[in-house]
Ligand binder design. Structure first.
Ligand SMILES: Nc1ncnc2c1ncn2[C@@H]1O[C@H](COP(=O)(O)OP(=O)(O)OP(=O)(O)O)[C@@H](O)[C@H]1O
Length: 531
């Protein structure tokens, strides 16, 4: 493909007097099919009648490009002589009409020059805009557009960019790339086109130009042609394989521009099956399952056992599946409280009743599997916490990450960001973290203050302080609730785990699971089934 410099600044511009015979003027538009005309209406010193393509020029086009006189005339191509600065002489040329001017290609030597008034625009744009076809074929040069017409594509449906493909900085803005002509054409009516078929070259500059055109014309309507091996462009295919092959390829073989992010079912990669963890209560069957790559939230009134119950459930998972866990427990201290609970769970007896050996074995087991996140100044931010969690996951293989409670993370709202939006943004980040790092992230969050009528009732996920996103952006939602905390001077130990939301059926389904906290055993037991 010819690559030339023809921007307004650096074009080799020649005065119209040097053109010998050229195109129809706008007033002779009807004669466009075959009648050469005059640049800027001034008489050129050659014939203005049909057939002003010289025998030599027509012979060259046929022999070298397999493009016949009729096609040249159909597209208003003329011939004549003009001065080519690049060749330092006047020579025979084919002239392509552009709005406001012309561009000439020397023959047989290759050189280009543009006439005074030449303005970058698609070649053949006036005809295409007038016809407004639903499908337009775009090429990198006039000869490729001519090749398409020679192959049988409508002359009303071909456009060529004016100056070929050249290396352009990929990140340069459109105005520096000289693409204003594309915007102008879109505004003038090209934007109504249903489909663009890009028939440019497969070389580096051609592919860059194609990528730019995708952006300018829109991926949704963009199709492209992949040339067969050994063939570089439309004119080349016309010469090597003939008009039928060229027409068949561009009309039936154009491929839709691939759009990252939109797929057919069969194109989607098969995901790895969800790893599922049972939380350690066989009587729950599959009502509650936990999984890496998911985000859960737990809420409940203060003191109702969120931390205590979930420490036990995660302990069960850690022990059964031998996975690591990273716990950011900002209110229940790792030492002595969580350690007491974990020692009790591991050894199967209250901490106070354990032997030194049992305690040592429990501590060794805990050390192997648990990591605790403690901020040196008690001012953890989400970003900092996720940094710690990432190390826990990547370096130490943790598969579970727990934040307890959410409101102890320092807020980092942006200016004008509402709390709802902020929490939504945080949850998106956390969800991506869980997904990308193949771990389960769980957030324990307090409910907002509830009105007196509902105060004794279990909260819903929507009651969680700050944002409706606690309900809609998590994969699983739980509530831990105790119907009564005490009865007179007696401590009440009944509790319930509400599985409020499970995004995937593999994770179980919404249900209520009844429990009792055994003070004698230091653990929750299920009360749903008589044992
Ligand atoms: N069902 C229960 N029966 C008796 N005591 C319980 C029960 N559940 C939790 N507790 C005890 O209540 C105290 C508070 O429990 P925990 O810290 O787990 O509650 P929480 O919901 O996480 O509270 P907060 O929202 O204040 O963090 C702990 O001492 C715990 O052992």
């Amino acid at each position: 493909m010819e690559t030339i410099e023809l921007s307004a600044r650096n074009a080799a511009i020649t005065d119209e007097r040097s053109a010998m015979n050229v195109f129809p003027s706008p007033s002779t538009e009807k004669a466009c099919d075959g009648t050469a005309g005059i640049v800027d209406g001034k008489a050129a010193n050659s014939s203005r009648s049909a057939g002003t393509i010289s025998e030599a020029a027509a012979a060259w086009a046929m022999q070298m490009r397999h493009i016949g006189r009729a096609t040249l005339e159909r597209l208003g191509v003329g011939s004549g002589t003009t001065f080519f600065p690049e060749l330092e002489r006047k020579c025979e040329a084919l002239f392509f009409r552009y709005p406001g001017g012309w561009k000439a290609r020397a023959i047989p030597d290759k050189a280009f020059v543009a006439g005074k008034g030449f303005k970058l625009s698609f070649w053949n744009i006036d005809r295409v805009l007038a016809a407004a076809p639903s499908r337009i074929y775009l090429t990198e040069g006039e000869f490729d557009a001519l090749a398409l017409v020679e192959a049988g594509v409508s002359a009303d449906a071909v456009l060529s960019v004016p100056n070929g493909a050249k290396e352009r900085a990929a990140d340069a803005p459109a105005e520096q790339k000289g693409y204003e002509f594309v915007d102008e054409a879109l505004l003038a009516g090209l934007s109504g086109t249903k489909q663009f078929v890009w028939c440019g070259d497969g070389d580096g500059p051609g592919l860059s130009l194609r990528a730019d055109m995708v952006k300018l014309l829109g991926a949704a309507r963009f199709h492209f042609v992949d040339w067969p091996d050994g063939c570089k462009d439309a004119n080349d295919l016309l010469v090597t394989d003939g008009p039928e092959a060229l027409r068949a390829l561009v009309e039936n073989g154009a491929l839709p521009w691939p759009v990252a992010g939109l797929y057919r079912m069969r194109e989607l990669p098969e995901p790895a099956p969800l790893t599922l963890w049972r939380p350690g209560f066989p009587e729950w069957e599959s009502k509650v399952m936990l999984a890496p790559r998911t985000l859960s939230v737990v809420t409940g009134h203060p003191g109702h056992g969120k931390t205590a119950l979930w420490s036990q459930l995660w302990f069960n998972v850690v022990r059964a599946y031998d996975v690591g866990i990273c716990v950011a427990s900002f209110e229940t201290r790792p030492k002595p409280h969580l350690r007491r609970q974990l020692r009790t769970l591991f050894a199967g007896g209250l901490e106070k009743d354990l032997t030194e050996g049992e305690i040592a074995a429990a501590d060794a087991w805990i050390d192997e599997r648990y990591l605790f996140v403690v901020h040196p100044e008690q001012k953890p931010t989400l970003e900092w916490f996720l940094d710690m969690a990432e190390v826990a996951v990547i370096r130490h293989g943790a598969r579970i990450v727990q934040v307890d409670p959410w409101n102890r993370l320092e807020g980092a709202r942006e200016r004008n960001e509402s709390e709802t939006d902020y929490i939504g943004r945080c949850l998106r980040t956390i969800h991506a973290f869980a997904h990308d790092l193949n771990c389960h992230v769980q957030v324990l969050a307090h409910p907002a203050k509830m009105d007196s009528a509902r105060r004794g009732s279990p909260p819903s996920l929507e009651d969680i302080s700050g944002s409706k996103h606690w309900d809609n952006m998590v994969d699983q939602g739980f509530v831990v609730h105790r119907p009564e905390i005490f009865d007179g001077s007696n401590r009440k130990t009944e509790a319930a785990l509400y599985h409020r939301k499970a995004r995937f059926e593999e994770l179980g389904f919404p249900c209520k699971l009844n429990l009792d906290y055994s003070l004698a055993k230091g653990r929750y037991v299920s009360t749903d089934y008589a044992t």
